[in-house]
Write a protein that binds this ligand. Structure first.
Ligand SMILES: Cc1cc2nc3c(=O)[nH]c(=O)nc-3n(C[C@H](O)[C@H](O)[C@H](O)COP(=O)(O)OP(=O)(O)OC[C@H]3O[C@@H](n4cnc5c(N)ncnc54)[C@H](O)[C@@H]3O)c2cc1C
Length: 466
């Protein structure tokens, strides 16, 4: 079956001026060679150029920039505030606080960047609403909000039920907390806009140029089909593709789909729901439903945790319409009655890189002083990849700062079991989570076994989408 480009990327490509795709042919040198042209790779390139404009930066991308998760995600731009407990446990009090603040500032920085460079990507800084759709989920954010409040970091307010329904556009949401520190975006247009600005700043981008291997010499050499790049520093920004190239990461992440649908543009129906701005809405399930509206009158709805990839392989289904299209379409009709029965315009899915902690990790490949990597955003990457850019640009520029000293730069914080245990274990836990959530939606108490198995996923740090 032919590879299908996700809706967001198609829309972005149709809106931009024809920009040539240049593959790498021959041997070149660079000061910094970045492999992977998604948000992580491009933020790294952009931030290097912002700090040291004369640096010679090359980006190698296997497909076209945005072909990975960055051009197909749900566009919910979130901070790490709700991950405060995990951050504190892993990195200690002061680093956890710094990371929460930095993750909130990242949203501001992205907004300022798209305004400055006139990237038309529907970036709407209208906040985030975490909701409960079942009585069992009410209050699930209370403890983290109390912890944030005790440290003067809380931006969440509990809304009366009526306001939750109004602001989220759906009476399916029975309770919720709102923070202004969140946004939504058309993700494909964002990544393509970043590519345009990177080119304007002098970054050389070679697309249709997969890295085959890397020789970790004193000066690393990145080999491609028809060329090679000898670079002083190399940054690997391969996200879910990392385990394919570097087997040492095969147990650091689970590759799991997030699936999504987008409705036709019907501003009239959208108005009836009351969803009048770009607020990002997420419910409290482990396999979360997430959605937002678009400026042209659509609703985008996604759900994480569906297709698990054996051995973290890249599955053909990730480049096909979502196998869960019917389920997601039904959820659109259930959550937003005015849209019931309306055709879904498009569905797609894609690979999410889920780490054991629910947080990304960064480091030096095999301890090499000049080769850096970052991955594991666990379904919350649109905002945090900006921090990935701060970390990886600091490392590539040889800086000594809070980013390069951070404990988040010390590699993966845990490993999943080896195959086949991991795959069959994932399916077992997925089944338990599905049964538990079905019971909770019906107001029943889930079985003790299902609660216990579901807890394994929560204990490992709940993903935002993946
Ligand atoms: C369906 C889906 C929905 C999501 N929804 C949200 C959301 O609403 N909010 C949120 O915060 N996060 C969401 N995420 C997560 C978010 O999209 C990612 O965390 C983020 O895009 C990661 O960016 P990246 O640059 O690290 O990875 P990617 O964008 O995946 O970039 C990696 C790039 O590397 C390239 N590549 C692979 N192999 C090679 C090679 N050998 N040589 C050269 N290049 C190579 C790939 O083609 C790809 O372009 C979602 C993810 C998915 C899949």
């Amino acid at each position: 079956m032919k590879k299908q480009r996700p809706f967001w990327l198609e829309q972005a490509l149709a809106a931009e001026k024809q920009q040539p795709v240049t593959p790498l042919l021959g041997e070149i040198t660079a000061e910094v060679c970045i492999v992977g042209g998604g948000y992580t790779g491009l933020w790294t390139a952009l931030q290097i150029k912002q700090q040291a404009p004369a640096t010679d930066v090359v980006v190698l991308e296997a497909d076209i920039c945005g072909a990975g998760a960055s051009g197909r995600n749900g566009g919910c731009v979130l901070s790490w505030a709700t991950k405060y407990m995990t951050l504190q446990k892993l990195f200690g009090e002061s680093e956890a606080q710094r990371l929460v603040i930095a993750s909130e500032q990242a949203i501001e920085h992205i907004g300022a960047f798209v305004r400055k460079h006139q990237i038309d990507c529907d970036f709407r800084h209208d906040g985030v609403l975490y909701t409960a759709m079942a009585a069992a989920h009410v209050g699930s954010t209370d403890s983290v909000i109390a912890a944030l409040a005790a440290r003067g970091l809380n931006s969440y307010e509990t809304l009366p039920a009526q306001q939750v329904a109004t602001r989220s556009g759906s009476i399916s949401n029975i309770a919720g907390v709102f923070s202004p520190r969140g946004a939504s975006v058309q993700p494909g247009k964002l990544v393509r806009g970043m590519r345009r600005v990177a080119l304007e700043m002098g970054v050389r981008i070679y697309e249709q140029t997969p890295m085959h291997r890397i020789d970790p010499d004193v000066q690393p050499v990145v080999h491609t089909e028809a060329g090679k790049v000898t670079a002083k520093k190399v940054v690997l920004a391969l996200n879910a593709w990392m385990p394919q190239k570097f087997s040492e990461f095969s147990r650091s992440i689970v590759v799991v789909s997030s699936d999504m649908v987008v409705t036709q543009a019907r501003p009239d129906l959208l108005k009836q729901t009351g969803l009048h701005n770009g607020v990002a809405v997420l419910d409290s399930r482990t396999f979360v439903y997430y959605y937002h509206s678009t400026s042209d009158g659509r609703i985008m709805l996604g759900k994480g945790g569906n297709t698990f990839a054996y051995g973290a392989r890249m599955l053909p289904v990730f480049d096909q319409p979502s196998p869960y299209r019917a389920q997601l379409g039904a959820a659109v009709g259930e959550f937003f009655p005015p849209f019931a029965g309306l055709n879904i315009e498009a569905s797609w899915n894609g690979p999410s890189d889920r780490a054991t902690t629910g947080l990304p990790f960064f480091g030096n490949l095999r301890g090499h002083p000049s080769i850096f990597y970052g991955l594991g955003y666990s379904g919350n990457g649109v905002g945090p990849t900006y921090m990935g850019g701060q970390i990886l640009s600091s490392l590539a520029l040889g800086q000594d700062n809070a980013w390069t000293r951070s404990a988040i730069v010390k590699g993966p914080r845990g490993h999943f079991p080896p195959e086949p245990v991991r795959y069959f274990g994932s399916l077992l836990v997925r089944g338990a989570i599905r049964r538990k959530e079905r019971a909770e939606m019906l107001g029943r108490i889930p079985s003790r076994l299902d609660r216990g198995l579901s807890h394994l996923a929560d204990a490992a740090g709940k993903a935002d989408h993946g």
